[in-house]
Design a protein around this ligand. Structure first.
Ligand code: AMP
Ligand code: GLY
Length: 417
């Protein structure tokens, strides 16, 4: 099978690493890729947001399967164009990707599917936003309705800041604050069958102890030792299957990866967000533990034969990834810094490129995702940080507390009803 991966982040490098290890994958192409994917996949240039160009590339490289990594190409209709060209694609149609592309649409689907939501109001005027803020009270949660790379959400106890964010966006969703540990559950689906992957936890804030602004994600670990037994099955039954069924009922079948972002609140699991693709950096830890060949799994989802797939096999142990971000991220990141040590196993590349002189330099906000596995979560965490210490990015920032609370048994899980 010839596979084309679209994207250039750590998620795409992690996908390429897993696909390269699948014996059924005979050729791997990544477009546009980064300095990490170049070592394991043929690199091609493409504008990932141009559906016709991606479909033409897929034909040109004789792809049997196209795997679309990021959300923006999906929302732009890249999967539609690839399928229209007669090529199998892992990733939802543009219409189905609205599950991530519009928070208001996602709320509507959740309501129709009877998925327990966070209470929310869609607001387009300052007066509406002010009323919604006062209805829910602090801490305030204000979300840009459109795609914002994980940075469109403001969570604050400062009413003026919350209102200012609402005014700065055209349309926002104001939401009740969900208190409880977060879980990222990835579900592979072909539009009917749903196969959950191992749950992971992401760290969204830039600073240790969850301080500072939100980012795309600064680290992750899996599995979650504190997760109540049966939680994954419950979420598949009460969230994933009803959502997938509702999308099919609407004529916008969702196939690909349904990312369910949950908060475990005292009232039960609540959906914080849906995404229409693999999460980053959670993918790095989830795929590090997946033993089942990835290509066959993604192909089955694309072909509608997921129900025939054997049960997934997982490696024992844990995985931890720590993101090394550029100076000034999540603001405008400094780029062009020379990175050393990035060629080592476990160093997953995000915003990197190979300069003309052969040096690997930073080219984005999240630069590397340093990933390790271990027999225990503590061992995986130690290895990830030991590996990080051998990599140099001038001005680089990273959190020092990824998976620390879980290792110490300090993740407080409310008693679920
Ligand atoms: P989102 O883009 O919806 O994933 O939001 C980004 C991050 O903001 C989430 O991962 C949470 O950490 C936080 N967040 C979003 N919605 C809520 C909420 N209703 N209550 C508390 N935190 C939230
Ligand atoms: N890690 C969060 C996301 O991929 O949206």
């Amino acid at each position: 099978m010839r596979v084309l991966v679209i994207g250039s982040g750590a998620r795409e490098h992690a996908l390429c690493l897993a696909l390269a290890a699948d014996p059924s994958v005979t050729a791997l192409v990544c477009a546009p890729g980064n300095a990490g994917t170049v070592a394991i996949a043929e690199q091609r240039g493409v504008d990932p947001l141009d559906p016709a160009a991606v479909a033409a590339l897929a034909r040109d490289v004789a792809a049997d399967l196209v795997v679309v990594g990021p959300e923006a190409p999906l929302v732009a209709g890249v999967a539609d164009a690839v399928r229209a060209a007669g090529i199998a694609c892992f990733g939802p149609s543009g219409a189905a990707a609205q599950l991530e592309g519009s928070k208001a649409f996602a709320k509507d689907v959740m309501a129709a599917a009877a998925v327990p939501p966070a209470a929310a109001r869609v607001c387009t005027t300052e007066a509406e936003a002010a009323a919604a803020l006062d209805e829910f009270g602090p801490p305030y949660v204000v979300k840009d309705d459109g795609l914002a790379a994980g940075k469109g959400v403001v969570v604050t106890s400062d009413r003026a800041e919350a209102l200012a964010h609402a005014v700065a966006c055209e349309r926002v969703v104001v939401e009740e604050y969900l208190d409880g540990p977060e879980v990222s559950l990835f579900c592979v689906t072909d539009g009917t069958a749903v196969v959950p992957l191992v749950p992971a936890q992401d760290f969204k804030r830039i600073g240790d102890d969850d301080t500072g602004p939100n980012t795309g994600g600064m680290g992750a670990y899996a599995p979650l030792p504190w997760l109540p037994a049966g939680l994954t099955d419950d979420v598949v039954r009460t969230v994933a299957r009803p959502t997938v069924a509702e999308m099919a009922r609407r004529g916008t079948q969702f196939s690909g990866l349904l990312y369910i972002g949950l908060a475990l609140t005292a009232r039960g699991p609540r959906v914080v967000e849906f995404n229409a693709r693999f999460g980053d950096p959670e993918t790095q830890v989830v795929l590090a533990l997946l033993e089942t060949p990835l290509g066959g799994l993604l192909q089955a989802a694309a072909d509608g034969t997921l129900a025939d797939q054997p049960l997934l096999r997982w490696r024992p142990g844990s995985a931890v990834t720590v993101v090394l971000a550029a100076a000034n991220y999540p603001g405008t990141p400094r780029t062009g810094d020379v990175i050393t040590g990035s060629e080592q196993a476990g160093v997953v590349h995000a915003g990197t490129r190979v300069r003309d002189d052969g040096a690997v330099v930073s080219s984005g906000g999240r630069v590397l995702s340093i990933t390790a596995t271990g027999a225990s979560l503590a061992a995986a965490r130690e290895r990830a940080y030991a590996l990080l210490a051998t990599v140099d990015l001038p001005g680089g920032q990273h959190r020092t507390d990824i998976a620390a609370k879980a290792v110490a048994g300090q993740v407080a899980v409310p008693l679920l009803p």
